[in-house]
Write a protein that binds this ligand. Structure first.
Ligand SMILES: Cc1ncc(COP(=O)(O)O)c(C=O)c1O
Length: 389
């Protein structure tokens, strides 16, 4: 039989953008919850997780829910937002933000970004609110998003919303652990939503949390999230509810993660520092969010590449990383460009489209090892060297 020569590349483990960072401690917490018998589905870990998040964020109430999307949706439902209402939100966000608005029947109205941070531009928000309210439209809420772990300029956004008498629901899905002027993300406005999806700064596998200072709102959301069940033995129902609560097992996972939140943020900060070092002095490349990230949770690091100055496109760097099984991704495609929201109105300044065009999100997970980071670094260094940096 003829021998066949097969030359195979060594198998390298893919390096992902932001994988869950879980280990022994998480196993212990989940195992303890299982052994306690609190499986179906609420229990003491849910209560404790809510207390611990509320304390961490500095709010009076936290409600553990099945996702960040559920938290956004229920806040809007609890306020009675529905058809005929408008909710102003950031165009540069993940679809979940806009979807939560659409679920209620309200119309999402997209506001463009500050060019440095990608977060909602307060001046544009002011302009949109002025015009919509003058035209007699019903604006039910403003829904800004803390993009990639940098808190919105809440001084400016809240001042504008207050002046127009409109409530703020903060999408803090990505920003647990970040602060703005010494206050934690998740403590601003009338309510905030966190996500504990698997790719977030900390995870419950899937889950979310609604935080608020408003006890009535928290109680109503708890009620709506458990199928709007009236306290009667036969389960009386007077309105439509949802099955949106977080399970006790997942809350246990969240409690373990929360004890490690600061160290996971510190690790992401080291990764951010590595990227700053790699790209320092590379003309045409900057880190999204600006130079000061000291108050961010630095969830994901994204670079902005100005092709005309750099001489290469972010997609080229992305392709070089993909060739070495390293994940990278464009920034979210702005909502006003999404086919599904094509009929929605927006107020634009071009920033979100520029960030989308120039942005590339790089591996940022706290689970990445020194060896992983060295691999990422050498691929980027090699890419830049070929372009004579
Ligand atoms: C900005 C933003 N909003 C909302 C969500 C929705 O969170 P979840 O996936 O927990 O529903 C996410 C993340 O997935 C997000 O990144």
């Amino acid at each position: 039989m003829e021998a066949q020569l097969r030359i195979e590349r060594p198998v390298t483990t893919p390096i992902l953008l932001s994988s869950p960072d879980v280990g022994d401690l998480e196993q212990q917490y989940v195992m303890r919850a299982m052994q306690s018998g609190w499986i179906a589905p609420l229990g003491p870990d849910v209560d404790a997780f809510e207390r611990e998040i509320a304390q961490r964020v500095g709010v009076d109430h936290a409600v553990a829910l099945s996702s960040g999307t559920a938290a956004l949706h229920l806040a809007l439902v609890a306020w009675g937002v529905g058809a005929g209402d408008i909710v102003l939100t950031s165009t540069l966000t993940f679809a979940a933000t806009a979807n939560a608005i659409a679920y209620t029947g309200a119309e999402p109205f997209f506001i463009d970004s500050d060019p440095v941070t990608g977060n909602m531009d307060p001046a544009l928000l002011d302009e949109a609110l002025t015009a919509l309210l003058a035209a007699g439209e019903r604006v039910a809420a403003v829904l800004p998003v803390d993009l990639l772990g940098k808190a919105v300029d809440y001084d400016a956004i809240l001042a504008v919303a207050d002046r127009h008498g409109v409530r703020v629901l903060a999408d803090a899905a990505e920003s647990l652990g970040a602060t703005f002027r010494g206050r934690a993300a998740g403590s601003f406005g009338a309510a905030s939503a966190f996500s504990f999806n698997g790719n977030k700064i900390m995870t419950t596998s899937g889950g979310g949390m609604l935080t608020t200072h408003d006890g009535d709102l928290a109680a109503r959301i708890r009620y709506l999230a458990t199928q709007a069940r009236q306290p009667a033995a036969h389960y009386e129902h007077t309105e439509i509810g949802y099955n949106y609560r977080l399970s006790n097992l997942l809350a246990a996972l969240g409690r373990a993660q929360l004890t490690r939140l600061d160290s996971m943020i510190a690790r992401r900060r080291e990764i951010r520092a590595m990227y700053r070092d790699i790209f320092a002095g590379v003309d045409g490349v900057s880190v999204l969010g600006g130079d000061d990230d000291s108050h961010d949770n630095v969830w994901l690091t994204a670079v902005l590449v100005d092709r005309d100055v750099a001489g290469w496109a972010p997609t080229e760097l992305g392709a070089a990383l993909t060739a070495e099984t390293i994940e990278s991704r464009p920034i979210w495609k702005p909502m006003h460009l999404q086919p599904v929201f094509v009929g929605s109105r927006s107020l634009l300044n071009g920033s979100a489209e520029t960030i989308f065009d120039r942005g590339l999100t790089l591996p940022s997970g706290s689970v990445l090892t020194a060896v992983d980071l060295e691999r990422v670094r050498s691929v980027i260094d090699g890419f830049l060297a070929k372009r004579r940096y």
